[in-house]
Design a protein around this ligand. Structure first.
Ligand code: C5P
Length: 238
C-alpha cells in the first residue's frame, strides 16, 4: 500500500492499549504518528520506542517552554528515542530556539519545529497575555524568529500556511493541525481548514486526530483524507 507520510495521525489517547489499537487498525495505512503529552505521560517513552521499532515516524509534541539548558536536554532525549520531529515554543525566544536546534544536531533525522500560536487562540486571548499583535502578526513574528534560529519549520493553522510559506521559503517544514474534512464538525479549532486547502497553501504535513482516531473505521477515514489533498512534493522529512 502506498504510504503518505505527509499526514500525521495524532495519538491523543489516555492509555497505551488504546493508542496501539489505533496503530494496529491503521496498519500500513499510516507511517507517521504524533505522540503528545497525554500519551507520553500515561504510557512513558516505551510507547515511542515501540512505534519507532515498528518503522513508524514519530512527531513528539513536547511543546517545550523552559530554560535553554532544559530544552536542550529534552531535545536530546527525544533524539535518542529516534523521533523525527519535536516541538518547542516560539514564545520561549531566540535563546531557547537556538538551544533546541543545537541539541538536535547530534540526531540527523530530528527536526525542530517551533510552535507559533496554538490554533485555539484568538486575538483576544493574545491581548489577555499582554501580546498586542493579532494572531496573524504574532505567528509571522515567531516564525521569522524560528527561521533565524535555524529551526527546521513551524506548526501553524491552515489559515496561516500561505503567509508562512512566503516568509520561510520553500524548504521549511510547515506542519498544520486544525484540519477537518468538509462536513465535519470543527471540534475546538478556531482556525480550521481542510487537508486540500492546507496542502494547496503550502503545508508540508498535516496533523489529524479525532477525525481518524474516533472514526468507526479509522483506516477509511485516513483514506478519505489522503484522497483529499492535492499532491505536493516539497519539504519532505528525511
Ligand atoms: O482536533 P484533532 O483531534 O485533529 O487534533 C489533533 C492535534 O491538533 C492535537 O493533538 C493538537 O496538538 C492539535 N490541536 C491544536 N489546536 C486545537 C485542537 C487540536 O493545535 N484547537
Amino acid at each position: 500500500m502506498d504510504r503518505d507520510n505527509r499526514i500525521i495521525v495524532a495519538l491523543d489517547c489516555d492509555d497505551r492499549a488504546a493508542a496501539e489499537g489505533i496503530v494496529d487498525r491503521l496498519g500500513e495505512e499510516c507511517g507517521f504518528y504524533k505522540v503528545g503529552l497525554e500519551l507520553l505521560t500515561v504510557a512513558g517513552p516505551d510507547v515511542v520506542r515501540h512505534l519507532v521499532a515498528q518503522g513508524k515516524e514519530v512527531f513528539l509534541d513536547l511543546k517545550l517552554f523552559e530554560i535553554p539548558h532544559s530544552v536542550a536536554g529534552a531535545v536530546r532525549a527525544a533524539g535518542a528515542l529516534g523521533v523525527s520531529m519535536v516541538t518547542v515554543h516560539g514564545m520561549g525566544g531566540a535563546g531557547v530556539l537556538s538551544a533546541a536546534v543545537d541539541a538536535a544536531r547530534a540526531f540527523p533525522g530530528l527536526r525542530v519545529l517551533a510552535l507559533t500560536v496554538v490554533t485555539s487562540m484568538t486575538d483576544e486571548d493574545l491581548a489577555g497575555i499582554g501580546v498586542r499583535s493579532s494572531v496573524g502578526e504574532q505567528v509571522v513574528r515567531l516564525a521569522r524568529l524560528a527561521g533565524e534560529a535555524g529551526c527546521h519549520g513551524v506548526i501553524a493553522s491552515p489559515q496561516e500556511v500561505a503567509a508562512l510559506r512566503g516568509v520561510l521559503g520553500p524548504d521549511a517544514l510547515i506542519v498544520t493541525p486544525g484540519v477537518t474534512l468538509p462536513g465535519d464538525a470543527p471540534a475546538d479549532h478556531v482556525r480550521p481548514g481542510t487537508p486540500r486547502a492546507a496542502f494547496a497553501a503550502g503545508a508540508s504535513h498535516i496533523v489529524v486526530g479525532r477525525t481518524v482516531t474516533r472514526a468507526a473505521d479509522p483506516a477509511a477515514a485516513l483514506r478519505r483524507l489522503r484522497a483529499s489533498p492535492a499532491p505536493q512534493a516539497s519539504a519532505a522529512v528525511g
